[in-house]
Design a protein around this ligand. Structure first.
Ligand SMILES: [Zn+2]
Length: 286
């Protein structure tokens, strides 16, 4: 990691603004900083990554990806709990949810965007241990899963991050992630399925840089050490620094970052979300 003084950071932001020109004045400093940090504050490289991102967004119509809001009442792509701009909801078969999204979720262990951490960042929880990894690889395509992931990212950034920024009165552009490995077995270490994770992390690192606050991998079985060695090779060093891997003694680690009332009780917190079908994180596994 490059450590620059605040004055030098401001200087680089200014340099990047000058190089980008008038067309990009709508981008705020925080967004530019995501690209500068991702490229170790190298202005030329940050500019290239930013231009590539906008080229990719235009070519793939990403700005026009529909996202659920209270006003448009579009369905959510995964479960949501605890935000003021969208009612608590579960993913359900309804008009506006594609067959591919339902099929993908059938093989996933369960996921939810669940409340916020001490920094005001939204928390995404995924029950990795209940994934039907071989079915994901066999019955869905990488393109389908990537498209689904982009839809989730757009909802997260355009709706939820805005919500969190208003609530905490500062710009929130990062999420905290918990991957729960409870139930994980060797069947999940399936190379074709791991390639899906690689494709997704590539997209995130290229086009959604520096959007991770913290990542906790909990209930990690000892076999996870082998997979971790593979994952590490796919990730930026800055991302690796934000990841904590815990076995079954994760409770105190999570509670340092997440208030007990915002952490599901199955992860050592006090939240049960009894008002929602499936509780905090509806799951196929339990
Ligand atoms: Zn809950």
């Amino acid at each position: 990691m490059v450590n620059l003084s605040v004055a030098e950071q401001e200087n680089r932001i200014q340099q990047l603004r000058e190089q980008l020109g008038n067309q990009w004045t709508h981008l705020d400093d925080e967004y530019l900083v995501q690209f500068l940090i991702a490229r170790s504050w190298n202005v030329d490289e940050a500019k290239t990554q930013l231009e590539n991102t906008f080229k990719w967004r235009a070519e793939n119509g990403v700005d026009h990806h529909p996202v659920a809001t209270t006003e448009n009442q579009l369905p959510v792509l995964y479960s949501v709990r605890g935000f003021s701009s969208i009612p608590d909801s579960n993913l359900e078969a309804s008009a506006g949810v594609s067959e591919a999204v339902l099929r993908i979720n059938q093989y996933m262990g369960g996921s939810c965007l669940h409340k916020t951490d001490i920094d005001g960042c939204p928390i995404y929880i995924e029950r990795l241990g209940y994934h039907a990894a071989k079915d994901i690889a066999k019955k869905t395509t990488i393109e389908e899963v990537q498209n689904y992931h982009i839809g989730c990212n757009e909802f997260l950034h355009r709706v939820i991050m805005k919500d969190c920024s208003l609530t905490s009165k500062k710009r929130i552009n990062r999420e905290t992630v918990i991957f729960d490995c409870a139930g994980m077995g060797w069947h999940q270490f399936h190379m074709p399925a791991l390639q899906y994770i690689r494709a997704i992390s590539d997209t995130d690192q290229k086009y959604y840089p520096e959007t991770l606050n913290k990542l906790f991998i909990v209930n990690a079985p000892s076999a996870f050490v082998y997979v971790w060695k593979i994952f590490k090779g796919w990730l930026d060093p800055g991302t690796i620094e934000k990841i904590q891997i815990c076995g079954s003694d994760y409770q105190t680690v999570l509670l340092k970052q997440i208030p007990a009332e915002n952490l599901p009780d199955f992860l050592g917190g006090q939240c049960k979300c009894e008002h929602m079908a499936g509780g905090c994180v509806p799951s196929q596994g339990k």
